[in-house]
Design a binder for this molecule. Structure first.
Ligand SMILES: [Zn+2]
Length: 300
C-alpha cells in the first residue's frame, strides 16, 4: 500500500507541540494520506468531539455503512433514522442489512467573502439546498415497504460541524501540499464561529459532476478585492454526484513573506523549495484517488 505522507512537526491547528499524525481527510471518509506529527492532544479532542464523531455517526452513517467505510471504533449498530409522517416524527433503528445507503449533503451558497468585506451572519439571506442520493434502489423499494413515511431524515444535520469538517479537510490538504499561505481557518475549525465559517466556506449550487473517483480535490489562487487567496475546491462522493465545495483556506504569501512561511509552516524542505515556484507547483496540485485494490494514491 502506497500512502502519501508529509511532515509538519507542530500542530497545524494551534501551532503548539504535535503529538499525533493528522489524517486531514478523515479515515471514515476513506482518506489514506496523512501529515506526520501534525496535531496536539487538545486540538485532536476538539476535532473528534465537535466534528468527526457527530458527523461520522450522524449525517454520514448510512452512506458509510453502505459503502463499507470503516473507522477504528466502528460497530454493527443499527442505523438511526427519523421517519416523518404527516409532519409527525418517529425515530427508528434500521438493521444494517435494510440500509439502502442514504446520503444527504447541503449544497452551500458561495463563501460570503465574495459578497461582504467582513464576516457576518447571513441568517435569512440564505436558502439551504439539500442533495440526497440513494445508493441501492432495490433496497430502497424494500425499505419503503418496511418503513412507510412521507420523508426520511438522518439525525441532526449539524451544519456548522459540517462546515468545520470541510474547513479542516481543506486546511490540512493545503498544508500537506506544501503550498505557502497564511492560514485563515484555524479559529473556525477549533471554535466554529458561524459568521467566519460562512465567510470562508461555501460551495456551488446543485449536484456536482459525476465521476468514479472517491474524492476530487483542486487548488488555485483566486483574487478577491485585490488580495490573492488560496482556494481549495473539493467534492466528496463524486460517485453520487454530490455538491462541490469551495473553501478559502488562506492568503497568499509573496517572496518577501517567504521567511514568514518558513516559520509558520516548517514543512519538509523539498516542499518549501517547490512552493516558491508558485505556478508550476499549482499545476501539480490536482490529485485524486480511486478505490483500487492496493489503495494507492495517484498523484497527477
Ligand atoms: Zn493544537
Amino acid at each position: 500500500m502506497k500512502v502519501e505522507t508529509s511532515y509538519a512537526g507542530f500542530c497545524i491547528y494551534c501551532g503548539g507541540k504535535a503529538s499525533s499524525d493528522e489524517h486531514f481527510i478523515s479515515r471514515w471518509l476513506g482518506g489514506v494520506a496523512y501529515i506526520k506529527k501534525a496535531s496536539c492532544v487538545i486540538c485532536q479532542k476538539i476535532i473528534n468531539d465537535d466534528i468527526e464523531n457527530p458527523l461520522s455517526r450522524g449525517l454520514f452513517w448510512s452512506a458509510r455503512k453502505f459503502l463499507g467505510l470503516k473507522s477504528t471504533s466502528d460497530s454493527k449498530e443499527p442505523l438511526p433514522l427519523i421517519l416523518i409522517n404527516s409532519g409527525k416524527e418517529e425515530e427508528v433503528l434500521v438493521p444494517l442489512d435494510c440500509n439502502p445507503g442514504f446520503l444527504t449533503m447541503p449544497a452551500l451558497p458561495e463563501p460570503s467573502i465574495f459578497l461582504h468585506t467582513t464576516p457576518m451572519l447571513r441568517t435569512g439571506e440564505i436558502t439551504w439546498q439539500f442533495i440526497t442520493s440513494i445508493f441501492d434502489q432495490e433496497k430502497h423499494d424494500k425499505f419503503k415497504k418496511l418503513y412507510p413515511s412521507d420523508y426520511v431524515a438522518t439525525r441532526e444535520l449539524g451544519i456548522v460541524s459540517f462546515m468545520r469538517l470541510l474547513a479542516k479537510m481543506a486546511h490540512g490538504y493545503a498544508v500537506h501540499s506544501g503550498i505557502p499561505f497564511r492560514p485563515l481557518l484555524r479559529d473556525f475549525i477549533l471554535y466554529g464561529d458561524r459568521a467566519k465559517g460562512e465567510f470562508f466556506v461555501g460551495g456551488l449550487p446543485g449536484f456536482g459532476p459525476r465521476s468514479d473517483h472517491s474524492m476530487v480535490y483542486a487548488a488555485d489562487w483566486i483574487s478577491i478585492n485585490g488580495v490573492e487567496y488560496l482556494e481549495i475546491q473539493f467534492q466528496l462522493f463524486p460517485l453520487a454526484g454530490m455538491p462541490v465545495y469551495r473553501i478559502i483556506v488562506g492568503e497568499a504569501l509573496d517572496f518577501i513573506d517567504y521567511d514568514i512561511f518558513k516559520t509558520i509552516w516548517t514543512i519538509k524542505e523539498e516542499a518549501t523549495e517547490e512552493a516558491t515556484r508558485k505556478e508550476g507547483y499549482l499545476n501539480r496540485m490536482y490529485f485524486e484517488w480511486r478505490d483500487t485494490e492496493d489503495q494507492s494514491l495517484n498523484v497527477t
